[in-house]
Ligand binder design. Structure first.
Ligand code: ADP
Ligand code: MG
Length: 655
C-alpha cells in the first residue's frame, strides 16, 4: 500500500536545518495495523504527514498503492487525501460551531457528495455516537469528540487511516474505546497507521516501527493473531493520476458558498460590522447622488419656465481678464438702449429693462428684507409673472413713477400672513407703496427662494428707491427660437454703434446671453456639485471596503486551523479561495443592498422633512450595487488568497 524509498524531509528555521526525516525506506502492506513509536521530536508526525500526502518529501520516492505520488500537484494531493485517506489528530480539530453530523460530513463537500447524510449518520453510529448527532464539540467529551473525528475520517470510505497520537488527549477509558474502534476498522480491512508514544497503545498493533532522530531504528512484526477478516480488492483502488474533481466542481463551489454563509451566520456581530461599513458607504452614495440630481432637476425645471426665447443683455465682460479692468470699458446700459432694441419689431417681441437691489419692507410691526426688482410691463408675460392675485402695473404707472408694488408669495406671507395684501400699504426702504398684486409662486430651488421678491415699476425703482441711473440688465424676448442668433448679432451691432465701441472694447463691454447658455452653465455647476458629493460618498464606500478586508484578514487568521483541517480532508486551494471570497462578496453585497434601501429612505426623508428636491436614479442604484460587489471582490481577494495558500500542516499547528 505504501512504499517509501529514501524519503527525506528537512525543515529550515532561519540558519538552522532540522532533518526531521532522513532517508526512510519502508513498505506497508494493505490491511496492516502499524504503530509508529519514538521519543518526542523523533520525526513520527513528519513521517505520517509525508505518508498522508499532507507534505512533500525533499528527496526519495513514494508509491501509494503501487502508483508514484512524490510529485503530484497540490490539487492531486488534495484529491488523494480526500478519497483515499482519513486523518485523526491528537487535537481532534473539530469545527466548534458545527454539530457532530456537520463536522463528520465535511469531507463529503470536497468529494461532491454533500447531502449524503445517511452515510454520515451511519459512520457516527458505527463509532457509537448514534445519540449525539446534533451535539456541538463543546457539548461532547474528549472521547466523543475523537469519535466524531474518526467518523469524519471514514465518510469517504478511505483505504488508509492515519492517526497521530489519537489518544494523547484522552483519559484511559476513552483511550481503550478509541483503540477499540481502530482495531475494529482494521478488522474491516482498513490499513491503519497510528503514531503513539504509549507502549500500551502500540501493543494493539500488528507491527511496531521505532524511530529516532528521523530514522527507523527497529521494525517488529507481531503474531498474525488479529489479521483483518476482509481484504480490499486491489481492483477497487482508483488510478491516482486520473482522479479529478472536474465533474463536481460546480457542486463544490455551491457547497463552499454554503460554508461561507454558515460562517457569516455563525459570526453575527463580526458580519454585521463589516456589512455596516458598506451599508453606510452605499447609502451615502445613493443619497448624495439623489441630492445632486434633485438640485439639477429643479434648476432645469425653473429655467424651463423662463422660456427659451429669452435673451439677457448685461454690461461688463463675460471674459475674465488677467489685468485690472479699466472702469471706462464697462458700458452702462440705459432705458434708451432698451427702447432702441425694441425697435427690431421683426425679431423682438418685447423688451424690459431691469434693476435689482435689496429692500427693507415694513408692514405694521412686521419687517422683512427681500430682493427688489424694477421692471417694465412686458416683464410679466416674459417671465411668467402675471399676478395670481390683483394685477401687474401699467405703462401709465411706469411713466408716472407710481409707488405700486407686486409682492412675491414669500414676502406676502411674511408681512401679511393669511390676510389679503392687495390694497394695503407697505413701506419699502421707508417709502410707502401700495400693494397691487401677488406674483405666482415659482417655488424654491436648493439655492434661492424665487418667491422672496418685490417687483415695482422700473422708473420708480431707479429714481425713488435704488437711485440708479442705469439699468442692470435688459430682458429681450425673441419672436422665435430660430431668430435667437440673428437677434443676438443685431443687438450687439446696435449697442456697439450706440456706445461707439471699438475693437477690444466692443467685445468686452457688454454681454448677451441666451437661456441655453445659462442653462448649460448652471447644469455644469450642479453636475460638478453632484459629482463632488458622489466622490465624497465613494470614499466612505472605500473605507467600508477596507473594513471588510480587515475583518476578512482577522477571520482568516482566526480560522487558520479550520483552513488547515479543510485542506487536510481534501479542500483544494480553489475551494478555500471560493469560500472566503464568497464570504466577502456576500458581506459587501448585503451591505450594498441594505445601503440602497437606506439611501433611498434617506432621500425620501430629506424630501419630506427638509423639502429639498431629491431624485434617486436607477443608474445610481445599479452603480452603487456593482461598486459594492467590486469592493467585496477587490478587498476579499487578498485575504482569500492568503487563506488558500496556507500550508495544511502549518495551519493545523497554528495556535
Ligand atoms: P514527533 O512527531 O516525533 O514528535 P515531528 O515529526 O513533529 O516529531 O518533528 C520532528 C522534528 O522536526 C522536530 O525536531 C521538530 O522540531 C521538527 N519540525 C517539525 N515540524 C517542523 C516545522 N514545520 N518547522 C521546523 N521544524 C519542524
Ligand atoms: Mg508528533
Amino acid at each position: 500500500m505504501i512504499e517509501f524509498k529514501g524519503i527525506a524531509k528537512t525543515y529550515h528555521i532561519g540558519e538552522i536545518e532540522v532533518k526531521a526525516v532522513r532517508g526512510v525506506s519502508l513498505t506497508i502492506k494493505a490491511g496492516e495495523f502499524v504503530a509508529i513509536m519514538g521519543a518526542s521530536g523523533s520525526g513520527k508526525s513528519t513521517l505520517m504527514h509525508l505518508m498522508g500526502l499532507l507534505d512533500r518529501p525533499d528527496a526519495g520516492e513514494f508509491f501509494l498503492a503501487g502508483q508514484p505520488v512524490h510529485n503530484l500537484s497540490d490539487e492531486q494531493m488534495a484529491l488523494v487525501r480526500n478519497r483515499l485517506i482519513g486523518f485523526v489528530f491528537q487535537q481532534f480539530h473539530l469545527l466548534p460551531r458545527m454539530t457532530a453530523v456537520e463536522n463528520a460530513g465535511l469531507p463529503l463537500i470536497y468529494a461532491g457528495r454533500r447531502g449524503q447524510e445517511d452515510k454520515v449518520r451511519q459512520c457516527l453510529t458505527s463509532v457509537g455516537l448514534a445519540d449525539r448527532m446534533t451535539h456541538k464539540p463543546n457539548e461532547l467529551s474528549g472521547g466523543q469528540q475523537q469519535r466524531v473525528a474518526i467518523a469524519r475520517a471514514l465518510v469517504n470510505d478511505p483505504l488508509l487511516i492515519f492517526a497521530d497520537e489519537p489518544t494523547g488527549n484522552l483519559d484511559s477509558k476513552s483511550k481503550e474505546e478509541i483503540v477499540g474502534i481502530l482495531k475494529e476498522l482494521h478488522h474491516q480491512g482498513k490499513t491503519i497507521i497510528m503514531v503513539t508514544h504509549e507502549p500500551e497503545m502500540a501493543q494493539h498493533a500488528q507491527r511496531v516501527i521505532h524511530m529516532r532522530d528521523g530514522v527507523v531504528i527497529s521494525d517488529e512484526q507481531k503474531a498474525q493473531s488479529n489479521a483483518p477478516s476482509v481484504f480490499i480488492d486491489p481492483a477497487t483502488i482508483p488510478e491516482i493520476s486520473k482522479l479529478s474533481s472536474a465533474a463536481y466542481e460546480q457542486t463544490k463551489m455551491f457547497d463552499s458558498a454554503h460554508q461561507a454563509i454558515f460562517a457569516m451566520v455563525a459570526h453575527k456581530m463580526r458580519s454585521f460590522l463589516s456589512i455596516l461599513g458598506i451599508l453606510i458607504g452605499v447609502g451615502a452614495v445613493i443619497a448624495m447622488l439623489a441630492l445632486g440630481r434633485g438640485a439639477q432637476a429643479s434648476i432645469e425645471q425653473q429655467l424651463a419656465s423662463l422660456g427659451s426665447n429669452l435673451l439677457m443683455v448685461r454690461p461688463g465682460s463675460s471674459r475674465v481678464q488677467g489685468v485690472v479692468m479699466q472702469s471706462g470699458t464697462v458700458t452702462r446700459l440705459t432705458t434708451q438702449d432698451a427702447a432702441a432694441i425694441s425697435q427690431f419689431s421683426d425679431k423682438v417681441k418685447s423688451v424690459s429693462g431691469s434693476v435689482t437691489g435689496r429692500a427693507q419692507l415694513v408692514y405694521a410691526n412686521k419687517n422683512w428684507n427681500s430682493q427688489l426688482e424694477g421692471v417694465e410691463v412686458s416683464y410679466a408675460a416674459m417671465r411668467a409673472s402675471e399676478p395670481a392675485l390683483g394685477r401687474f402695473f401699467t405703462d401709465e404707472e411706469i411713466k408716472k413713477r407710481d409707488k405700486v408694488a407686486v409682492l412675491g408669495t414669500t414676502v406676502a406671507r411674511e408681512l401679511f400672513g393669511d390676510a389679503n395684501p392687495v390694497g394695503e400699504t407697505v413701506k419699502i426702504n421707508l417709502i410707502s407703496f401700495r400693494v397691487i398684486g401677488i406674483l405666482p409662486s415659482k417655488g424654491a430651488n436648493s439655492f434661492r427662494d424665487q418667491d422672496d421678491t418685490v417687483v415695482v415699476p422700473l422708473t420708480t425703482a431707479m429714481n425713488r428707491v435704488l437711485g440708479k441711473e442705469y439699468v442692470d440688465s435688459i430682458y429681450v424676448e425673441v419672436v422665435s427660437p430660430d431668430e435667437i442668433d440673428n437677434t443676438q448679432t443685431a443687438i450687439s451691432e446696435l449697442l456697439i454703434k450706440r456706445h461707439r465701441l471699438r475693437g477690444e472694447e466692443a467685445q468686452d463691454s457688454f454681454q448677451i446671453r441666451n437661456m441655453s447658455d445659462i442653462k448649460a452653465a448652471l447644469s455644469t455647476t450642479t453636475k460638478t456639485m453632484s459629482m463632488l458629493l458622489g466622490a465624497i460618498a465613494a470614499i466612505s464606500l472605500l473605507v467600508g471596503g477596507i473594513g471588510i478586508m480587515n475583518i476578512m484578514l482577522v477571520s482568516v487568521t482566526e480560522r487558520t486551523r479550520e483552513i488547515g483541517l479543510r485542506k487536510a480532508i481534501g479542500a483544494t486551494r480553489r475551494d478555500i479561495m471560493v469560500q472566503f471570497l464568497v464570504e466577502s462578496v456576500l458581506l459587501s453585497l448585503i451591505g450594498g443592498i441594505a445601503g440602497v434601501i437606506l439611501g433611498v429612505g434617506a432621500a425620501v426623508l430629506i424630501t419630506v422633512f427638509a423639502g429639498w428636491a431629491v431624485k434617486v436614479s436607477i443608474s445610481s442604484i445599479i452603480l452603487a450595487t456593482v461598486f459594492s460587489l467590486g469592493v467585496g471582490v477587490a478587498f476579499g481577494l487578498g485575504p482569500a488568497m492568503k487563506a488558500s495558500e496556507l500550508d495544511p500542516i502549518e495551519a493545523l499547528r497554528y495556535e
